[in-house]
Design a protein around this ligand. Structure first.
Ligand SMILES: Nc1ncnc2c1ncn2[C@@H]1O[C@H](COP(=O)(O)OP(=O)(O)O)[C@@H](O)[C@H]1O
Ligand SMILES: [Mg+2]
Length: 319
């Protein structure tokens, strides 16, 4: 029977000295889909990527890629996978084309084939105009694409992308999302890590959320949003009014609002949305406070994340 799982991670633990970086982590990635590993800095994402791609051995647990036992057969595994790391590793002095040809030769392609493959990838990753310029002249987005190109030279079945868009500007990020979607259309299985909820929402067929070395929730973006089972009332007020408004709200609807100072927002989770919204509006009017924004919406991934970790994500995008 055809196995529809490209990747199975079972109960992986990894300690560095007496620090536990991964504490019994399990996940699966379906063939030809994008599986997301979402978590804040230090959650353990890169550690798990390194274990899945044979760069690091776990203390306990097992990893299977395309039916191969990764821990027992690392060199067999490497023939099936590609990895683009968190920091694009490109040689500054080689051109994009030279880089890809060199990688092809390292994988044992003939000179002719390596050249052909390099040209294909330059076209696919939209790097043809810069193909013969040194990588030191490349922008951040171009470096990422070149690094991704290098990971694709050997036509991997499973591609691991560690924070592929961190540090990229919004436009370049969207371009990279398109590239990732193209790869999926061609049947590649992708496991990507990200700190961006928006990215997980846009790209991933299935999402695992990891925090402090533990898997905390998993599901499709829709399932995660529905898991809260509540609507959200959200207000933005002047920073100086945040605490006063918090008190007013608490009194008017008898619920503890959640404050987020960096975004000046106050959220209230509610099962009786419009009723509570009216109460909130009335109480504010009574206190002569006009919020900059007041809305009632279905939960976003951000709300889910906040409720399970107590951490807000994506802050850097709002600066
Ligand atoms: N080689 C190492 N030695 C000691 N601690 C490490 C090592 N690698 C990672 N860590 C720690 O493990 C935790 C998880 O790191 P990492 O997997 O890089 O997180 P993420 O990629 O999610 O930001 C961090 O607290 C990090 O400092
Ligand atoms: Mg990392």
């Amino acid at each position: 029977m055809k196995n529809h799982k490209s990747l199975i991670v079972n109960n992986v633990c990894k300690r560095f000295g007496d620090f536990t970086a991964l504490d019994g982590v399990s996940l699966e990635a379906k063939k030809g889909k994008v599986t997301g590993l979402l978590g804040p800095n230090g959650a353990g994402k890169t550690t798990l990527i390194n274990i899945m791609t044979t760069l690091l051995k776990p203390d306990t647990g097992s990893v299977t890629v395309e039916g191969i036992n990764v821990l027992k057969n690392p060199s067999e595994t490497r023939k099936q996978i590609g990895l683009a790391g968190q920091y694009a590793a490109v040689d500054e002095y080689l051109t994009g084309r030279e880089t890809l040809i060199m990688v092809g030769r390292l994988y044992g392609l003939s000179a002719g084939l390596a050249k052909k493959r390099a040209q294909e990838l330059l076209e696919r990753l939209d790097l043809t105009t810069a193909a013969d310029k040194q990588a030191k002249t490349y922008s951040g987005g171009m470096r990422r694409r070149l690094d991704l190109g290098a990971s694709l030279v050997a036509t991997p079945k499973v591609l691991f992308l560690d924070e592929p868009t961190t540090g990229l500007d919004p436009r370049t990020r969207l371009q990279l999302w398109d590239t990732i979607r193209d790869l999926v259309d061609q049947g590649v299985t992708i496991l990507l890590t990200t700190q961006y909820l928006e990215e997980a929402d846009a790209l991933c067929d299935f999402i695992y959320v990891i925090d402090k070395g533990k898997m905390i929730i998993e599901g499709t973006a829709g399932e995660l949003k529905n898991s809260l089972g509540e609507d959200i009332i959200e207000l933005k007020v002047k920073t100086s009014k945040l605490e006063e408004v918090e008190k007013i709200l608490k009194k008017s609807i008898n619920k503890q609002p959640e404050l987020d100072k960096p975004t000046r927002s106050i959220k209230i989770r509610t099962k009786t949305g419009s009723d509570d919204l009216l109460k909130v509006a009335e109480a504010l009017k009574h206190s002569k406070i006009i919020p900059d924004e007041l809305s009632l919406h279905r939960p976003t991934l951000d709300d889910v994340f906040l409720s399970v970790t107590g951490n807000r994500q994506d802050n850097d995008e709002r600066h």
